[in-house]
Design a binder for this molecule. Structure first.
Ligand code: SF4
Length: 442
């Protein structure tokens, strides 16, 4: 075990991944090296997720596992969203934890490690209540590179009132990063060979609101188009009601902005949406989807939904299923409602029985699977550009513009293709989530 070595586990969403990479950068700048086995590390860090119950359970499991195998001289730190909101629970559930650092102060990881080294075994909390995300980021690149793709964080925190969501309680309100910094980082990523830039935030369509910039996302996209030559730019986490005409115009006019949009809708019945404190104007949803599809014929649309929300009747749930059949999304995921203390939905309790939630989840996924399959089948005979991510024995795998990493499908290419490159593939077959095809040779 080398003192100046660290073992880092990153849980949760891509935004947490970026924070993990940023902490790793600071540690490496201070001479630490990453190891892939916990018993070799002087410092062990788990960047936790605290979004919903199951995510917290996963975080505790990871921490307890490391604590149980911790050896003298090793330091165990819990970072991230669960730590920010449930510090007492982490300390109570993970005997042997040495330090806790909140998601809003990831940039102080070095100070905490130094502190612990000097004064272990005194437990150290570093979770300042008043901290604001996105402040003094130490010029650390706020991106996570995976192959030829990179997540780039454009903002953090959220000002939306969604009743079921704990993120504003964890991250605080929206803080947009300066556009100049984002453009500089995109240029740096381009120099590192990045071919796909994935813009992330809790709500990308709110980018710039706190900076007084109207329609900040399309403005930022235009700057990225002008100042880089990165071939693929992908937009995640759009908020319904804020997909503006300007955003649609910029996407339609620029093929480098992938014809792909992830827009979590959460439900489709106005009464359920009102109880969720989410935009409930379904005419807007239908009109905007129609407008987007007219302007961007090859658009791939992804969304996410919650089933089993308090008060969800059979009629409300069937409305959601009917909506799926009508709107025909390319990709759709679902969560069963997770009761979250401190959120606006707390007074509603959790009345929908677990087995009913599970049954609705199954029905939802089955319904969507049929739709996704038919959307995929419509691509047979078409040529799609595919970012190649792996190759083995002459079979390659990659993602098309329709596939965001980690949440969507893949394209299996029955040919040897250059990893890291974007290549044309003739689609020959379709499955509910994936496609297969052959390389179009010049
Ligand atoms: S938009 Fe709503 S669901 Fe998304 S992070 Fe903000 S409060 Fe949570």
């Amino acid at each position: 075990m080398k003192d100046k070595s660290y073992y880092l586990v990153s849980l949760g969403c891509a935004k947490n991944t970026v924070d993990s990479v940023s902490m790793a950068t600071l540690l490496e700048e201070a001479g630490y090296s990453q190891v892939d086995k916990p018993n070799q590390a002087g410092v062990m860090i788990v960047n936790t997720c605290g979004f919903i119950h199951s995510a917290r359970q996963e975080s505790l499991l990871e921490l307890r596992g490391l604590a149980a195998r911790k050896r003298t001289g090793q330091i165990l730190i819990a970072a991230g969203c669960m730590t920010q909101r449930y510090r007492e629970l982490v300390v109570e559930q993970v005997p042997g934890i040495d330090g806790l650092i909140g998601t809003r102060r990831w940039m102080d990881i070095l100070d905490l490690v130094r502190d612990l080294r000097q004064r272990t075994p005194v437990q150290r909390y570093h979770i300042p209540e008043d901290a604001t995300v996105g402040r003094d980021e130490h010029n650390v690149l706020r991106a996570a590179i995976q192959g030829s793709s990179a997540y780039l964080k454009i903002a953090d925190g959220c000002r939306r009132p969604c009743a079921f969501c704990a993120i504003p309680l964890i991250k605080g309100t929206l803080v947009s990063r300066p556009a100049d910094t984002i453009v500089e980082e995109a240029q740096a990523l381009e120099e590192m060979g990045v071919q796909e830039l994935i813009l992330i935030a809790q709500d990308t369509t709110d980018y710039g609101h706190d900076l007084g910039v109207h329609d900040g996302l399309p403005v930022l996209l235009e700057r990225l188009l002008t100042n880089t030559a990165i071939p693929w730019i992908r937009v995640m986490y759009a908020f319904p009601g804020y997909v503006t005409d300007r955003l649609i115009e910029v996407m339609a006019a620029n093929p480098r902005i992938l014809p792909y949009l992830d827009m979590p809708l959460q439900h489709a019945h106005p009464e359920t949406l009102k109880r969720m404190r989410r935009p409930a104007n379904m005419d807007w949803v239908h009109n905007t989807v129609a407008k987007m599809r007219a302007a961007i014929p090859s658009l791939a649309l992804r969304s996410t939904f919650i089933v089993g929300y308090p008060g969800e009747t059979v009629e409300e749930f069937n409305t959601l299923l009917d909506f799926l059949k009508e709107i025909k999304l390319d990709r759709a995921g679902a969560f069963t409602f997770s009761y979250e203390e401190g959120t606006a939905s707390q007074p509603l309790g959790d009345p929908v029985p677990a087995e009913v939630k599970e049954e609705r989840y199954k029905q939802f996924m089955l319904t969507q699977e049929t739709i996704s399959l038919s959307r995929n089948q419509a691509l047979i005979g078409k040529v799609l550009d595919v970012m190649v991510e792996g190759e083995n024995n002459g079979v390659s795998v990659g993602r098309s513009y329709r596939d965001a990493p980690e949440i969507d499908g893949y394209v299996v290419i029955n040919d040897k293709a250059p990893v890291g490159q974007i290549v044309p593939v003739l689609i020959g077959g379709a499955m509910p989530h994936d496609l297969n095809g052959t390389l179009v040779k010049p």
